[in-house]
Design a protein around this ligand. Structure first.
Ligand code: ADP
Ligand code: MG
Length: 473
């Protein structure tokens, strides 16, 4: 067993009306080249204009991750040629990123782990290429979409930690309201760096970079695969064959495949983009932005555990996605029981949402509708089994849960009413009571059966047993 060393480069698309240096709409579209302005295609004479909202959101993340912010904001050109990059360079930040030296705490298998952030910088995305049988097409919709790239120090040590980090980061982006973080739409992409070393080694091994992994599952599997591949080389004494290289994750074969060696790494000839004036980031502006940073996921999790007594697991599930937290908070504001609601949210609700492959925001059972069910359980008018049936029916038929709670199918939980019925049964069961008291205790079920017969199975069983016990003892 060797020690694994992992560092991540996480790219996340930011939310904004327009692109980061152009007035084209920043939005995903099925129709190629729908949201394009001349500057996105590098037409001569066009100039970039910085989107203030994107800069502000980048600074917000920088502050949320406890980074140091630069005094001045400016951008660099990263020069290389590729068909998806019409300018021949990407506008990014190299010398003076929006944030450096940050740190966040993540939780993995019940342990808190600090993750150190090397830097976080604002840049533009490239266009996308669609490859067909003998043709490739360029879609400029993505050209100029704001990206925040976050580079961690090589401080992670397993695939699980890497995924925990990415999940935490995604919720932080969502909590800060700067990104949707939808991996299904390709809004988060990662480069994964992996090396291995002996426990007692003082120097890191040679890292292999796996480019552009676009799902968290892919990140997990690529890391496990790479650790295994490198370990086998090391075991067989061929570790010197691990060269600093770039590989890619191949979903189909579930393996990493060599792309290029880092020896012939491109020299990007970075220089400050002269078309974008540098501007000062004032202390006042930073103070203002800081005020907009909400409670972050981990703080939220601890609040749920301490204030509402949720289990670590349930609290952990809820904070995984901002939309879950919004849903839960709305339930609480409707006065619903914190624990019962969390049980329902983490099992029935999310189960059905995943099953229907929709987002929680689109789900028919809104907090107000869930309240009808949860309240009925609290009042004992329906059993938890019935509640689940009503929930499913309501999902299927898109009708209010309350429509299924008629007197026909709800439980009889009125204590007085039940007491009256049981009293009558007891009054006419003198012999049975006598036998029960003489040791025939299994007659208890006989009494329960009588009550169920009388109420056509609607009597609340727990309450029924309680009342019968009172009569017998
Ligand atoms: P590049 O331009 O080659 O991608 P960067 O400096 O942008 O280089 O990224 C380096 C990434 O590799 C960082 O995430 C860092 O944590 C990680 N890294 C550096 N050295 C190692 C190593 N020995 N093993 C694993 N990861 C490493
Ligand atoms: Mg890189």
């Amino acid at each position: 067993m060797y020690k694994a060393v992992i560092g991540l480069e996480m790219h996340c698309e930011l939310k904004s009306n327009s692109k980061v240096f152009s007035s084209a709409k920043n939005s995903y579209s099925q129709i190629p080249n729908e949201f394009v302005r001349p500057v996105d295609m590098a037409f001569p004479g066009t100039l970039p204009v910085v989107n203030k909202k994107c800069v502000k959101d980048a600074l917000k993340m920088s502050l949320a991750l406890q980074c140091t912010q630069p005094e001045y904001m400016y951008f660099d050109r990263k020069n290389y040629y590729y068909p998806d990059l019409p300018k021949g360079y990407q506008i990014t930040q190299m010398e003076s990123p929006v944030g450096v030296n940050g740190c966040i705490t993540i939780e993995c298998h019940g342990k808190e782990i600090p993750v150190y952030i090397h830097d976080i910088h604002l840049e533009e995305d490239a266009a996308s290429l669609d490859h067909y049988f003998d043709t490739s097409c360029i879609d400029y919709n993505r050209a100029g979409v704001p990206l925040l790239e976050l580079v961690t120090e090589p401080c992670l040590s397993s695939a699980d930690e890497a995924v925990a980090f990415l999940e935490t980061m995604r919720s932080i982006y969502q909590f800060c309201d700067v990104a949707e973080g939808d991996t299904k739409k390709g809004q988060i992409r990662c480069d994964v760096n992996v090396s291995i070393m002996e426990e007692e080694d003082t120097e890191f091994g040679t890292r292999v970079e796996i480019k552009n992994v676009n799902s968290f599952g892919g990140v997990h599997d690529a890391i496990e695969y790479e650790i295994k591949r490198q370990s086998e080389l090391k075991k067989s004494g061929r570790y010197n064959e691990v060269e600093q290289e770039t590989r890619r994750w191949d979903e189909e074969t579930q393996s990493t495949i060599h792309m290029r060696s880092k020896v012939d790494a491109i020299d990007y000839k970075y220089f400050v983009d002269p078309n974008i004036p540098k501007f000062k980031i004032t202390k006042e502006w930073l103070e203002e932005i800081k005020k907009e940073i909400p409670e972050l996921p981990l703080e939220c999790k601890h609040k749920y555990m301490e204030k509402y007594g949720l289990s670590e697991y349930d609290a952990g599930v809820i904070i995984k996605d901002k939309s879950y937290v919004d849903y839960y908070e709305e339930c609480l504001s409707l006065g619903m029981d914190a624990k019962v609601t969390s049980n329902w949210l983490t099992t029935q609700v999310l189960g059905e949402v995943n099953h229907e492959e929709i987002s929680l925001k689109e789900f028919f059972i809104t907090p107000t509708r869930l309240k009808q069910i949860v309240d009925a359980i609290s009042k004992n008018t329906i059993s938890s089994k019935q509640a689940k049936e009503i929930f499913m029916k309501s999902c299927e038929e898109k009708k209010e849960p309350s429509t299924y709670m008629t007197s026909e199918n709800t439980q009889m939980s009125n204590e007085e009413e039940l007491n009256q019925i049981i009293k009558e049964i007891m009054d006419r069961s003198v012999t049975q009571i006598e036998q029960y008291k003489n040791g025939k205790t299994n007659l208890f079920d006989y009494f329960v059966g009588q009550v169920m017969k009388e109420t056509r199975g609607k009597a609340n069983p727990v309450l029924t047993k309680e009342i019968i016990s009172k009569y017998l003892n």
